[in-house]
Design a protein around this ligand. Sequence first.
Ligand SMILES: [Zn+2]
Length: 426
Amino acid sequence: MRNIVLVTLDSVRADHCSFMGYHRETTPTLDKMAREGLVFENAIAAGVGTPASMMGAFTGNFAPLADEINSKLWREEFKRRKTLAQVLSKLGYSTGAVVPNTFASSYFGFNKGFQYFQDFLGGKTKFYERIFERVFRKNGKTAFFIRNLMNFVLKREVFTPWEKYYEEITDWVEKTKEPFFLWILLMDTHFPYLAPRKFRKRSSFLSMYCSNWKLQSVNFENRLIERERQKLIDAYDDSIRYADEFVKRLIKDLKDYDPIYIIHSDHGEGFGEHGFYMHGFIRNKAVCLYEELIHIPLIIYNADIMGRIKEPVSLLGLSPTILEIIDKNNEFPSKSFLRSGNEWVMVGAVENGRIKIAIRMKNWKFITGQKDVDELYNLKSDPHEQENVINEYPELAKEMRRIVEIHVKQEMEKRKIRERISRIKL
Ligand SMILES: [Zn+2]
């Protein structure tokens, strides 16, 4: 069985990768992998925000449309589900993960099935419980500031550069029995965008810090002037370039193990296109389903498959895809990317109890629950979703609403079934 390496680049939007047509060269390594491997041009996140999207990716089922910071709920949901790491473990894989993102940590239950799981929390769940409570639920500005300052000084969480833990990864690989499944989630591309000097091509030390600081000082609201916005994008692009360097180095160092690589992001990032920055940041409640947040890069490399797939695929298909590549039966409720041919995929998000659902087709997109009126966009002529044409297609809109209704009902039923099954004691 082949070794497998999954690299998740946090918050990287598809249209900022050069292999996806971005006008800047941000991803030279991924570009090469894309040329020699398989690219999904319309890959869609399984949710907005790390926990929702990655739970979907690892279990083949949408995460519950629920409060992102209620970690207890996520841990319990994970207990009820079968995970990719668990399945691979059973098949004889050594499973390891290096994840400096608290939202994808053991605190949220992501360690299920991993024999080695480094999330840099040191098992301090209670401590994080308190911090999360103060920072997010109570909207505590002081707690937010202290948390960020501590993380900044200690280079933790969103401030963790990959070079800080790189050797931990190669050490684990060296002492691990093959075949292995290794998951690494990079935070370098998550806000704040702080690429080290060597990789700062478009931003300077000053402009990088100033633009990040500026966004935070306006509380992530849409109040940057165009010049500030552009500087922030420069810093973001540099951070993508820095993350690309990680992949380059990893491929070089793991050459002897000849792993299959899957490179993707969990969700995108907003830069004011629709009035918000970042991705569903809880304090300004910008959880939405526009392309900048749901359209993600996705490449499979070194698996003897090449090409560019245009049909939409959902990240929900990650686990079945990996099983298919290693020639094992699918044990998940979703479909492998390799068996796509999908006309459409779905993705949802929740904001203050309000459910939003998008149906993403190759050229069309329907969104409901996001605004007072439903939205329909022709992505071919209007890729930035500026012109809502819902009133021009009343029949199509009606059908889409019906599909969404069925989908939501199904998800609720599935959840009920999982809850009941988990209560059965044998
Ligand atoms: Zn994320």
